[in-house]
Design a protein around this ligand. Sequence first.
Ligand code: ADP
Length: 592
Amino acid sequence: MGQKTYIPYKTRIIVTFVSMFFLFAGTVTVYQYQREKETKILSIENTLCQYSDIIFNHLNKNNDYTYVDSLVELFPVENLRVTVIDLSGKVLFDNAVRDVKELDNHGSRPEILSAKSNTKGYNIRKSATTGKEYFYFAKNYENLFVRSSLIYNIPVINQLKVDTLFILITAIIFIVFLIIALFVADKLGDSILVLKNFAINAKNNKEQQSTIIDKLPNDELGVIAQEIITLYSDINKAKNILSIEREKLNNHFQYSSKGIAIFNEKRENIFVNPLFIQYINIILTKSNVVSEDIFKSKIFKGVIGFVDKKLTDNSKGKIYNYNENIEGNGKYFEINASVFFDKSFEISIADITKDEKRRILKHEITGNIAHELKTPVTIVKGYLETITENKDLESEQSDYFLSRSIEQINRLVDIINEISIISKLEEAPNHYEIEELNLNEILNNIKIYLGVKLDKKNIILHINLFEGVIITGNKTLIHSIFQNLIDNSIKYAGENTTIEINTYLEDDTHYYFSYRDNGPGIPEEHIQRIFERFYRVSKGRSRSTGGSGLGLSIVKNAVQFHKGVINAKIHKNGGLEFVFSLGKKSDRVNKL
Ligand code: ADP
């Protein structure tokens, strides 16, 4: 919108004041001027009237014009013209004219006409007779008019001139008043000007000086201006705080671990963060989605039903919250909705897959652990009870029971150790120490460590690694990978078998390994599940071999910890084969 043109406040005050002053002073001056002029004319009239009276008295007594000239010379004025006119207007005498018969009738002269009706009359004009300008004064003496006239020259003009001192004083007063008016207008205008500049600056978003308040005059307008400025700066501060908070909130939304979308009453999107789109993408299994798509999907019918209900609900001033968990595309999501009192609403989606899976897993693990622990504990209990209850037991027999008990207890210890490795990998992977590891060295050590077991079953272990396979990883976990695999081969491949461990590829980031034995392997349908916790191909057999079903799960997690991938397959010549990679450099997930 364009700025309207306007007369500044200060100018308006001055113009008003000057106009009022002019009106007032003008009226007074004109009135005074008139009065003074009248007084002065009256004074000349009086003088001339006296002369006319003297001349009339003289004529009345002598009826002789001879001495009129001499009489006129006695008067203290110069160039007094005396004219005697009869009632018909005929000029009987004129001291300025030799032959009065030449003069025309003076009956229609303004001063004579005036004297006819008012006894006296005056007029200022040029004389048709002498050609000079006169101040004529005529008086009616019933039988004749005596006209005394003065040449309208400088002295007479000066005498008639109104006293200019009055005008001068008026002018001085005007100037003084004008200065006062200017000062007052200036004072009044100051507050308004400061306020005006402040408003313009505020509109243009310019930085306001903090000294602005000091400049305000100490009057009502100043106080009003100050109040406005203070109010404005308070609003501005609040606005700034609000925009910072908004920025923070926005940032929080953008980088939130939840997908968040806010809609208005008409279900139009006001705000949406990228994660929200990503999540509904996953849930709706569509590649191109917009936030409003949730209103069309049956998967969200729970939350949308809630929102619909609360939007039509009349009760106001409350925030309604909703919560549900949904499953989509193999993942779990927690949906939250809040309907606000202005009928806008927020829907947030959190990926709880990890938590949910962990919850399910924990549930399973707890059950499994209890189950797994029960067997060895029951066996140990049985043996120990047999020993204590049968006092006359042969020492050979009791030794046998004791050694079986120790076996079971070792099994228990193994299970507990495996469980603790898994839970550490799950819960606190960054607690594992990272160091440089020479895999050839580690494998040779394992070979020595398991040497007795291998020999017992006549299993040959071939280790064919590249020269200098060095990775940065965790020693215990790398140990677990190979030891578990070899242990399994010892347990399941059977006697007179061969194990081969090879590195078959190396790239910038990984080493690629194959591990296989030439045992019986496992039926194809179990391949996908052998990495699951507590999964055993043959329960009975595992019981007898002492397996807990946790070994391969540890292997998989340990490989993943080292940024690798593991897969199992049946080798074409029989036997189980594992193909896996290990990252050359594994950082801790989070630095402690
Ligand atoms: P366990 O503690 O039972 O050995 P694992 O997770 O290590 O558990 O192994 C899971 C199942 O996979 C085992 O019960 C076994 O049936 C099968 N398995 C593992 N390694 C081999 C192998 N080398 N040969 C045949 N079967 C194997």
